[in-house]
Structure formats: C-alpha cells, structure tokens
Design a protein around this ligand. Sequence first.
Ligand SMILES: [Zn+2]
Length: 233
Amino acid sequence: MPDRIHLPDPVRHIVEEIESEIGDEPGGHGPRAAIEGHHGAADRSNDRVETAVREILTEIGEDPDRQGLIGTPDRVHRMYAELTAGYHVDPDRLVNGAVFDVDYSEMVVVKDIPFYSLCEHHLLPFFGSAAVAYIPKGRVIGLSKIPRIVEMYGRRLQVQERLTQQVAAFLMDRLEPQGVGVVVEATHLCAVMRGIRKPGTVMTTSAVLGLFRTRDRTRAEFFAHLERPAPRA
Ligand SMILES: [Zn+2]
C-alpha cells in the first residue's frame, strides 16, 4: 500500500471517508460527492497516465490537442485514481471501533447496497447492488460499515466473482461469525455496450461461507430475505 501522504487530495479524501464514520445519511453522498465536487489537481509526481491517454487518443484516430480533449488525459488520470481509491483503504481503520460483543445469533442482512467497480479486463464499469448477510458468533459489526467494505473492494480493478468473495472473506476474517453470505448483482458495460450479452443482462454471483455453505436452511433463509422487497422507511 503506497504511503497515503503521497495520495492526491481527492483520493485521500475518498479513502478517509470509507474508513471513517461520517453520519449515515440515507443515499450516502460522501465519496461520490467528493468526486464530483472536487477539481483539485491530480498527483503531479508523474504524468505517465496523461502520456498514455494521449497515446490512446492518437491511436484511435483522435486529435488529443483539440479543444474537447485537451484536458482529457488529466481528467482520466484523476478519475482512475479516485475509482481505484479502494486500494489505499486500511481495513483496520475501516473496522476500527465498530465491532461489538453482542449476544445475538440470528441472521443479519444488509441488502440493496449500491456499488460501482471497474472490470479489470476492459477498465469499464460494472455496477449494481450487493446483499451481505452473516450469523454472528458473539460479535457484530456496525451496519454502516458493511457498505464501506463493499466500497473498499469495489473501488479497484475487479472481477465480480472476486469482489463477492473478498467481501465475504473479510467479514469471515474480522468477525469470525457462524457464516457469511454475499450476493452481488451487476451490469457490466463491457458486455452490454459491446453487445455480447443482451442489454440489461444482469450477472449474479454469490459467496457462501460457514453455515451458509453447510446448512441448506440457512442458505434458504438468506435467499428468502433477498426476494422480499425492503420495507419503506
Ligand atoms: Zn470486462
């Protein structure tokens, strides 16, 4: 993990927001507002990304010096730094202080967690929602942390299968619960835009550990939760 002192400001801002507790506003504006609202300079320690983006523009037959494209290499550089800020999140800081001893051993389910990620094969977005469930064994984690865990792994180059497994493994490792289940549904622009799959096709992946893997009843309860629409607040 690179030293965070050297991270560009917008990226450090996102990293710190994922790690820290900032009022749980519904709809969570934090990190995304940071991207849209911030126009600070990217890390100027090198301009290799800018050079590479100019190469791409030239290679596809564009003129990187025309007005609309002149700022594109710089924007792309900043954008990738922000969209991959998850590499810099310190999991210990994320979890910090939010694991509680609780005598509760029923299933905890957090669903409809929106996320955005980048497919590592094409560097195009895939996005959708995640559902995360676990059955505690004496320890629970603050609910607001679960979407941050998804975001920590989402803001990287990913494949959906690995994202799903990493979220499950993280909770298994940190909480040592009786089991974890994660289901991720996503649309991949690399597939949709290129017409490989029908538009609107959603890919579903799941990871089940512990009781979610070994006990049919637990898995069935989890999937039943996913089918129920969330109650309106
Ligand atoms: Zn792809």
